[in-house]
Design a protein around this ligand. Structure first.
Ligand code: AMP
Ligand code: ZN
Length: 486
């Protein structure tokens, strides 16, 4: 492959050379959204971060099968198998079928990610579409002796598992401390151990989403879907498993336990976790009520916002932080990103207008090497952005005639910008009205020319003044008429 990528593996707690199990093929699984409500900007940060990783792996020559699931069943409100089913609660609230809720928020999720110009995953499996696979997996875990049934509910036996495997391998927490910090089992608890978690949950008669199983009617626990679907589409051992950091302690810890209890080995070679988007230092989350919806951000319709910001400004803001750093949301930071993104896009739009010289004052190869080195260093997007700003500066100085560039170097500069701005970062110029505006203005300028040729100065002046009033300045010269925004 073209690149030696170092990535931070949560499980070894260090950067490692990325060596896929079956290069050039790469299997990557990322925990997707729970589609019982709108995704907030924090969720988007995680998916944008993995989109960057997906894109860079492809840029590096890998053939990536990227699986990102949709959780559409079996999610109870509490982390430890308590509370109401989130879908049922929402369905009652909105007076819809649970599957209407799923459809509504899945479509909304796709719309938002499309606005952020992320690539669709290779496979997007749903939990409800894989009930059989989940039941099969639970059966194997039971046969292997790591799960037990209590009245139609199946629990994973953490105590038994930890005798052979390391339950806290991902977080390095101390099992004794974890036990001490977990609530003691009460009289109404069915499970044997405090850390045991449900693989399959017995349905109540009123449960809206329930399926037939060897243990009666029920629904899957929170974690089993990802173990079952990753194994189905990527095999029992695959390359990268990812998600937000908040998933490591419970969801991913339990996923590893389930997969290992089933197949006797770790499911993923590399575990990658993205850091959180915060608001005034607090994690953005649905439950904390500080979750900006992307639509609120784009329109500015939120009390914490001074104005609206475009999807690419928001994406640029996210890429300006490394995926393992926290990123705090603020109007000032977004204002700065808006300016930075515009600066970058303005210079990209100058590229076709640059004239070339015999000699070149600049060399582009070192810039590409710096961009690749930064991405190879655990996908360090902020460092790439600094390099792209340097490229911007070069473009602007060539444009104003202070710097000379040869045809070969200009070609390299164009490819560099195309590769990193559009292909790897997935940014796009949002000023889509520009092409239409250009065409309309060309037409209006032609009409004015005709009017002038016919000595119809009233009309030609009317056009000039009319455009001026909407902020467009015409400039006549020997070569013709050009326009600019005033
Ligand atoms: P959920 O729909 O809550 O299961 O979350 C979907 C994804 O978004 C998971 O990978 C979470 O870890 C991630 N996530 C949730 N909150 C945040 C946040 N504030 N910042 C970044 N990622 C988040
Ligand atoms: Zn998952």
């Amino acid at each position: 492959m073209k690149q030696n990528i170092q990535l931070y593996n949560t499980i070894s707690r260090k950067k490692e050379l990325f060596e896929p199990l079956n290069a050039p093929n790469v299997g990557m699984y990322v925990c997707g959204p729970t589609v019982y409500s709108d995704v907030h900007l924090g969720n988007c940060r995680t998916f944008i971060s993995f989109d960057l990783i997906f894109r860079y792996l492809k840029y590096s020559g890998y053939k990536v099968r990227y699986v990102r699931n949709i959780t559409d069943a079996g999610h109870l409100e509490g982390d430890r198998d308590e509370g109401d089913d989130k879908f049922a609660k929402r369905a009652k609230l909105e007076q819809l079928e649970p599957m209407e809720i799923v459809q509504k928020y899945t479509l909304g999720f796709h719309d938002v990610l499309r606005m952020f110009n992320t690539l669709p995953p290779s496979i997007e499996p749903t939990a409800t579409g894989h009930i059989i696979e989940q039941i099969e997996m639970v059966k194997v875990i039971m046969e292997n002796g790591y799960a037990y049934e209590v009245d139609g509910t199946i629990y994973f036996d953490v105590d038994k598992y930890s005798k052979k495997y390391n339950y806290t391998i991902l977080t390095n927490r101390n099992l004794e401390d974890m036990l001490a910090n977990t609530r003691e089992l009460g009289g109404q608890d069915d499970k044997k151990g405090r850390l045991d978690f449900a693989l399959w949950i017995k349905a109540k008669p009123e449960t809206l989403m329930q399926w037939q199983s060897p243990w009666g009617m029920g629904f899957p626990g929170w974690h089993i879907e990802c173990s079952a679907m990753s194994a189905k589409y990527l095999g029992q051992e695959f390359d990268i498993h990812g998600g937000g950091m908040d998933l490591a302690a419970t969801h991913h810890t339990n996923e590893i336990a389930q997969s290992e209890a089933c197949s006797q080995h770790q499911p993923a070679k590399y575990w990658m976790h993205t850091n959180m988007l915060t608001v005034n230092g607090t994690r953005m989350s649905k439950s904390a009520g500080n979750g900006f919806l992307p639509g609120e951000l784009f329109t500015g319709n939120h009390p914490l916002l001074r104005k609206g910001y475009s999807p690419m400004t928001v994406k640029f803001f996210m890429l300006q932080a490394h995926y393992r750093s926290t990123l705090d949301f603020s109007n000032d930071a977004l204002d700065a990103s808006e300016k930075g993104f515009r600066r970058l896009m303005n210079s990209v739009s100058l590229l076709p207008k640059l004239s070339v010289s015999e000699q070149s004052d600049v060399e582009i190869d070192p810039l590409r090497v710096n961009c690749e080195n930064a991405m190879n260093d655990d996908f360090n997007s902020p460092v790439v952005i600094a390099e792209l700003f340097e490229a911007s500066r070069i473009i602007n100085t060539v444009y104003d005639g202070t710097l000379k560039i040869s045809a070969t170097e200009l070609d390299k500069l164009k490819t560099l910008m195309n590769d990193f701005v559009f292909e790897v970062f997935g940014l796009k110029d949002e000023d889509t009205s520009n092409t239409e505006l250009n065409e309309v203005l060309d037409m209006v300028i032609d009409l004015r020319k005709e009017a002038k040729e016919n000595k119809d100065y009233a009309t030609s002046d009317k056009i000039r003044v009319g455009l001026q009033n909407i902020g467009i300045q015409l400039k006549d010269s020997k070569e013709g008429t050009t326009w600019s925004k005033s």
